[in-house]
Design a protein around this ligand. Structure first.
Ligand code: PSU
Ligand code: MN
Length: 286
């Protein structure tokens, strides 16, 4: 019998975390998946090819070049592959490529969603589009708190994407366990959650599923630190007129500086936790 597979994205390596820590984290996530009895599949683009799994040299290239690597979502994936240049895949592109290989479970940190001010900027992550279209279960610590979370949850509902809480009633906010927003259903038993996901796809409802796995309490960013840093980062983005694909990496980078690295520590911990739960879910889905 083949082992269950878990897809892992690469934008978190190139754009989400600093070098050289990103290399260590990428390998650690793969190990967490293996320790749970599943096979990790890290997806990225190099030399005009989609790679399902990276060797040490390939991972090093992607990690070292960081933000010089093209951040590929659904609209620039094809041109990115055709260009022959290195590209990392966001949640949206990774979902598409995972589905193409029959991989049904994917672990990330936090999904992209509706940005604050989207009512004028129209900045809504293609992660929402992908969740609406591709039957892959995405395990995340919710959506990044830099986003407008109530609007993000509304759009997920509009798109027909089930939002399940793994051992939680609340939609988590990435660095924190809570947000005041509810999930569609809470599960405390992995088999039971797998049954609901399986049921959806059996019925021909072919949207993705967002599994919300809150950061463990001991690794949360402290409330005051979090609120202050987030406020400052958002104000700086506003003042600097940062938008589009640069916005998410900019905000994550500022959070790192403003929390003296604590946000990166929390980010790594929640990524590991998501990889673990994703591997358990993949096994339960069979
Ligand atoms: N989660 C993280 N760090 C990241 C991202 C998610 O902890 O860097 C990336 C994901 O790849 C996600 C992307 O798909 O940010 C969303 O970017 P945008 O808002 O531009 O769609
Ligand atoms: Mn965007």
């Amino acid at each position: 019998m083949s082992r269950p597979r878990v897809a892992l994205e690469s934008t978190v390596i190139s754009h989400g975390l600093p070098y050289p820590e990103n290399v260590k984290v990428a390998r650690a996530l793969e190990q967490v998946v293996r320790d749970e009895g599943a096979d990790p599949v890290t997806i990225a683009i190099l030399d005009g090819k989609v790679l399902y799994g990276l060797n040490d040299e390939q991972l090093e290239r992607l990690a070292r070049e960081g933000k010089a690597v093209a951040k590929l979502n659904l609209s620039n994936l094809a041109s990115g592959v055709a260009s022959g240049r290195p590209g990392s895949t966001t949640v949206a592109a990774t979902m598409f490529l995972a589905k193409d290989r029959g991989i049904r479970v994917f672990a990330t940190g936090g999904i992209g969603g509706v940005h604050r001010g989207a009512e004028t900027s129209f900045d809504i992550s293609a992660d929402m589009t992908a969740l609406a279209q591709f039957p892959v279960a995405v395990v995340s610590a919710g959506a990044k708190a830099i986003l407008d979370l109530p609007k993000t949850v509304e759009v997920l509902e509009t798109m027909g994407v089930p939002v399940y809480g793994w051992q939680t009633d609340e939609f988590p906010s990435f660095y924190r366990r809570t947000s005041g927003l509810k999930v569609d259903a809470r599960y405390d038993d992995m088999k039971e959650m797998a049954r609901a996901i399986d049921q959806q796809w059996k019925m021909g409802l072919n949207a993705g599923v967002l599994v919300c796995n809150p950061i463990e309490a001991q690794y949360e960013l402290e409330e005051g630190v979090y609120t202050r840093a987030l406020g400052a980062a958002l104000a700086e983005a506003d003042a600097g007129k940062i938008g589009g694909r640069e916005l998410t990496p900019f905000l994550l980078g500022r959070m790192e500086k403003l929390t003296a690295g604590q946000s990166v520590f929390s980010n790594v911990k929640l990524l590991e936790n998501n990889a673990r739960v994703a591997a358990q879910l993949a096994a339960a889905l069979g």
